[in-house]
Write a protein that binds this ligand. Structure first.
Ligand SMILES: Cc1cc2nc3c(=O)[nH]c(=O)nc-3n(C[C@H](O)[C@H](O)[C@H](O)COP(=O)(O)OP(=O)(O)OC[C@H]3O[C@@H](n4cnc5c(N)ncnc54)[C@H](O)[C@@H]3O)c2cc1C
Length: 506
């Protein structure tokens, strides 16, 4: 076999995280021919999940409010309550949660959330914290049968490289979905699966949505609340369509990075990373929070607590949850979802911001520096393509070891290269950022029946995180949840009852 560029691909193991869930990994030494495996540290969380009870040491500090979780939601809550004596506890060695930006030699890339919408809470909030959201202005294309089709559901629907009968099915589906009045039928359509609307349509229509759905809301069409899919298609294919998506180089991690900078500048001692909360226990006049930092367990006491953690772990940590609320939390399902970043040292693909690739082991890929590529003076040093790789719940185990995570990354690279046959598309590095439960599934009835129950305050304990907001897991949902929870805390500390829950649409 001859020598080619592929033999010289430099793979680097990097990142400060030394363990994944739950197997200890040795990432200390850079090893050639291995993609970077980076991810969450879930050892202690797994012990909590498995029912381990930790001794609670005596109280060592008092605070007004303890915020558990340093993703968008927890950081937003800390920002909104920064006039109080707050303490934020984050289990990872870094802040950001599922909206975390990394960089390769100065070029930022996303490991999770990619963009926001101008009509949602994230847009004005980003401006408030001094970030300028940059327009994406590019309808998503799709690569089908080796051909790139721009603006899939706009003009592209007439040009899909399929037989005419399949193209007609796409057009008919679009017409039928656009004719639905969501305002009138919202509640009903949140209770039935999206696949009900695909009956009688070509398999390719379903394949497209079974690619798009998992990447955006964690579920294929059978497990998606119909209203979620309908809302999406009406947004990007309706009469008044306008691309209202905005982002930054490397995606929504810009928001958590900025929040971290603002808060750390003044309150560094109140922003604790590598601090895993293991118990939240309500008393008559306060709440005790026990967390593990290094090998040390600490207990602090607060007048109020905001749980900005995902509910599958929240329900294990918070004592005294009513059975119904705990059961509602238990009903939320989460998919494993790694992001594989392919780093090229020359332009490989800059045709569209987010390109869909049905039939591959990743769903879509995003050009990391899309929104700055045309700025005066900007020169693309690295063409970084973030490949979104949602997995099924059954496949979570593949992320447990470095070896099988690497295989996931290799499969993504293999499928990506198949899309560009004959061309030299070898990356200089491949980074996989794995997460076990980052995206909740927008299943039928979740938004209308489950989430309202999940977010009910428990006296002095309040619930944030995107997974109690809905209908989709978004950075905006995380911010709205924090805005609500911060208000609830202010009310509680002022001795008033929490504001009434807003009704669900429909
Ligand atoms: C691959 C991917 C792509 C996405 N793309 C988009 C997108 O384009 N646009 C969009 O709007 N949204 C997107 N999302 C969704 C978005 O990332 C999330 O909705 C948002 O980041 C959630 O923020 P959060 O703060 O609610 O939760 P999280 O980010 O889950 O934050 C929770 C934090 O709590 C910490 N934690 C957990 N347990 C403990 C404990 N016991 N003690 C202390 N800390 C703990 C976690 O480490 C984490 O940092 C995407 C998600 C993924 C996974």
């Amino acid at each position: 076999m001859g020598t080619n560029r592929r033999d010289f691909i430099k793979y680097v193991v990097m990142g400060s995280i030394a363990a994944g869930c739950p197997v200890e990994l040795s990432l200390a030494e850079p090893a050639d021919n291995k993609p970077v495996v980076d991810g969450e540290d879930n050892r202690i969380c797994h012990q909590v999940r498995d029912g381990r009870v930790f001794t609670r040491p005596p109280v060592s500090a008092h605070h007004d409010v303890v915020i558990v979780g340093g993703g968008v939601s927890g950081l937003t809550a800390a920002y909104l309550l920064r006039h109080l004596d707050f303490l934020l506890l984050e289990k990872e060695p870094h802040l950001g949660g599922n909206a975390y930006v990394m960089d390769y030699n100065g070029t930022p890339y996303a490991t999770g959330a990619a963009f926001i919408w101008s009509g949602d809470s994230a847009y004005p909030f980003a401006k408030e914290i001094g970030l300028n959201p940059l327009p994406i202005s590019d309808w998503d294309g799709t690569i089908l049968n080796g051909e790139f089709v721009p603006d899939t559901w706009g003009d592209g629907v007439n040009k899909l490289p399929y037989p005419a009968s399949v193209r007609d099915s796409f057009k008919k589906f679009k017409k039928e979905i656009l004719a639905i009045n969501l305002d009138k039928r919202g509640r009903e359509l949140f209770a039935v699966p999206f696949s009900d609307f695909m009956k009688g349509h070509a398999d390719e229509v379903k394949l497209w949505w079974d690619t798009y759905g998992p990447s955006n809301w964690g579920a294929t069409s059978e497990e998606t609340a119909a209203a979620v899919g309908i809302l999406e298609l009406q947004g990007f294919a309706g009469d008044k369509r306008e691309d209202v998506r905005y982002t930054w180089p490397g995606g929504n991690g810009a928001i958590t990075k900025r929040l971290g900078e603002i808060l750390q500048e003044k309150f560094a001692d109140r922003m604790q990373t590598a601090a895993t909360t293991v118990a939240v226990v309500s008393g008559k006049t306060d709440v005790q929070v026990t967390y593990m930092q290094g090998a040390e367990l600490k207990t602090v006491v607060a007048k109020a607590v905001i749980m900005a953690t995902p509910k599958f772990i929240t329900r294990r940590i918070v004592e005294g949850l009513p059975d119904k609320q705990s059961e509602a939390m238990h009903q939320i399902r989460y998919i494993p979802y790694p992001v594989v970043n392919l780093i090229f040292d020359r332009p490989v693909y800059n045709k569209g911001y987010d390109t869909w690739c049905p039939g591959n082991r990743f769903t879509d890929f995003v050009v990391a520096d899309w929104v700055v590529r045309n700025q005066p003076g900007y020169q693309q040093k690295y063409n970084i393509l973030s490949c979104y790789t949602p997995m099924t719940e059954d496949d979570r185990g593949y992320l447990l070891t470095e070896l099988s995570s690497r295989k996931v990354a290799q499969n993504v690279l293999h499928d990506f290269q198949k899309l560009f046959p004959g061309s030299n598309v070898d990356p200089v590095e491949v980074h996989i950022y794995r997460r076990g439960h980052p995206l909740y599934m927008s299943t039928p009835k979740l938004f209308t029946e489950v989430q309202p129950l999940v977010r009910q305050p428990l006296d002095r304990v309040f619930f944030a995180n995107t997974d109690c907001e809905g209908p989709e897991s978004t950075s905006s949902g995380a911010i709205s949840a924090a805005q609500r929870a911060a208000k609830e805390v202010e009310h509680r500390l002022a001795g008033k009852l929490a504001p009434k829950q807003t009704a669900v649409a429909g």
